[in-house]
Design a protein around this ligand. Structure first.
Ligand SMILES: [Zn+2]
Length: 597
């Protein structure tokens, strides 16, 4: 007993000294952006109280949410390290993303510049109009000290007056923020400029803001009414709000969005909102990014936290994190009362057509697409290999639909996919404070369904052809999966003009053009003996009949080559989704509750 007591005393003394040490060390960044037209961030770090012979400062190789290596370290320049007296310290590169500073127990001041290249949601960028600080590409962390708190002071260019970020600000210090650790910092981009903020709204008493650069001209009042309905519908799926406030940060026109714990940053342009399709598509996109604060940030595969900033974090479950977020973006906008039933069904149809029309469905499973995205790219491989991959953004929502209908059918519409999401949130995020394994995910589906889901899981783990009608019937829906043979002549390729040359832009897999050996990027000189152009190709094919031949002159590897293509008819599967005329009571009930939530 005594030994134990003494041990406990020792532990508490040690703990006490560690906490004093921990309290003593501080990391404070200052980031400046003067002369923004030169596209540089000027970064300074004051690192105090970490007494070591040397310290390894590291730049992440990726930013969570964008599953690609981005090599941020290559844009770091003018690295300089000094001690507390201003004397320069020796440093050397220990790897592509590691700067080793021989600090010899002194405090350290670092300074460096980050060169920025293009405005994109997953890369830092600054120009004379605004600055987007993507933290994983700007701030170095100390090896094995990801958990260290950090302070960030932003010094905007003198023309700018606003900063938007999900970070907590420090009272009394202008544009100064704090993060409990580097995971929080890397999860909290910072937008600086003359920003516009729309009227905030409250859901369950919690504040939601929308702020951004160059939002465009649109009906902002109506937009906020709709966004509020969307957040409300998303919150109703899970039934709990885990953050103190939430900020939508629009970084300017352009594609892409990244989800974070209490904010999302995304490309945005409200100018074309008068077009209904554009408006609904944008709302789907925002619902997607918003729903991610549940699905992937909190309801997450076990591999996605703690993150591996050196190698990236691979998981076979992005079909849940991304695919089911697409599923929910449509459901949320419908349940918010904004999209119509026809718009909802048409959105799913879009994904089904995209998935079914690509040959990758015969080669790659959903799990493989998730795991291989690091090498394939978020939308699958390019070039010839594009045919061997699928996108989890397309197959994921289709599979989500089947899973939901299956659960509803076997439980007499007492349970649904929403119950699975709520269970994962409560059990793994709230209770166990971790991600789930593949086995736990499957058990969650099967426990809530109360039955085996082997048949449905085959759509995740194999390339089995999807039996849409079987599942759509459960919800009183029908889908046209028949193959139509279109009457017009079909070659299966398109051309692209680049300066004086004409290249093959795309070739449909196993089309007449593909079978004749045409591939993307080949240079086309002549079509039936005349100078090639996209116009001429269209005219030639419109005038031809199936069975006719067109002759191309290609220029490949410094040689001219003639290729004949025998035109055929195109096969097409429309996948139109519609409601059944005479649903039985259960089908009717499933459809109604599915649409309304
Ligand atoms: Zn996403």
């Amino acid at each position: 007993m005594r030994t134990n007591k003494r041990f406990a005393l020792l532990v508490s003394v040690l703990f006490f000294s560690f906490s004093i040490l921990a309290q003593k060390s501080t990391l404070s960044y200052t980031v400046k952006m003067d002369n923004p037209e030169w596209h540089f961030f000027h970064v300074a770090l004051s690192c105090k109280g970490i007494k070591k012979d040397f310290i390894d400062f590291k730049m992440p190789v990726w930013t969570p949410g964008y599953y690609q290596k981005l090599d941020f370290a290559k844009n770091l320049q003018q690295f300089k390290a000094t001690d507390a007296t201003g004397k320069e310290l020796k440093w050397e590169k220990e790897g592509d993303n590691v700067w080793r500073v021989y600090s010899k127990n002194s405090d350290i001041n670092l300074s460096y510049e980050i060169k920025t290249e293009r405005p994109f949601v997953a890369t830092p960028y600054v120009d004379e109009t605004r600055a987007y600080i993507l933290p994983a590409g700007v701030f170095l962390y100390i090896d094995k000290m990801i958990d260290h708190p950090v302070e960030i002071k932003v010094i905007p260019d003198e023309k700018w007056n606003r900063v938007a970020t999900g970070l907590d600000s420090i009272a009394g210090k202008k544009f100064t923020y704090t993060a409990a650790d580097f995971d929080i910092l890397y999860d909290s981009p910072i937008l600086v400029g003359n920003l516009e903020e729309l009227a905030p709204f409250y859901i369950r008493g919690i504040k939601h803001r929308f702020i951004g650069y160059k939002l465009g001209d649109f009906d902002k009042e109506q937009f906020i009414v709709d966004l509020k309905r969307i957040v409300d519908a998303a919150v109703n799926v899970i039934g709990h709000i885990p953050y103190k406030s939430y900020t939508f940060i629009a970084i300017g026109p352009g594609p892409g969005g990244i989800e974070h714990l209490n904010n999302t940053t995304f490309g945005f342009n409200g100018t074309n909102f008068k077009n209904r399709e554009t408006y609904v598509r944008t709302l789907h996109f925002l619902a997607h990014e918003y729903f991610h604060h549940y699905n992937v940030k909190r309801i997450r595969p076990i591999e996605l936290g703690p993150f591996d900033y050196d190698k990236g974090s691979r998981t076979k479950m992005l079909w849940v994190s991304e695919g089911l977020s697409v599923y929910y973006e449509y459901m949320i906008v419908r349940r918010a009362g904004i999209s119509t039933d026809a718009e909802l069904l048409n959105a799913f149809r879009g994904n089904i057509v995209a998935f079914e029309s690509k040959p990758g469905k015969r080669y790659q499973t959903l799990e493989q697409a998730s795991y291989e995205t690091w090498s394939d790219g978020p939308f699958g491989r390019t070039g010839d290999e594009v045919n061997k991959t699928i996108s989890y953004y397309d197959k994921g929502p289709a599979v989500g639909m089947l899973f939901d209908f299956k659960i509803r059918q076997v439980t007499n519409n007492k349970r649904s996919l929403d119950d699975v999401m709520r269970f994962l949130y409560k059990e793994y995020y709230q209770k166990q404070k971790r991600g789930f394994t593949e086995e736990e995910l499957r058990a969650a589906f099967e426990n809530i369904a109360g039955t085996s889901m082997t048949d449905e899981y085959a759509y995740v783990t194999t390339t089995k052809e999807i039996d849409y009608p079987k599942y759509f019937t459960y919800a009183g829906l029908k889908i046209d999966t028949t193959t139509k043979i279109l009457p017009a002549a079909y070659a299966g390729f398109t051309l692209r003009q680049k300066e004086d040359s004409v290249f093959i832009a795309a070739v449909d897999y196993e089309s007449p053009a593909w079978n004749a050996g045409l591939r993307r990027g080949q240079l086309v000189q002549k079509i039936n003996g005349e100078k090639a152009s996209a116009d001429l190709l269209n005219k030639t094919i419109s005038a031809a009949s199936p069975g006719n031949t067109i002759s191309l002159t290609l220029y490949i590897n410094d040689e001219t080559k003639n290729v004949d293509i025998i035109l055929d008819r195109k096969k097409d599967r429309p996948f139109i989704i519609a409601t059944m005329g005479d649903p039985d009571p259960l089908q009717k009930q499933i459809l109604e509750s599915w649409l309304k939530g």
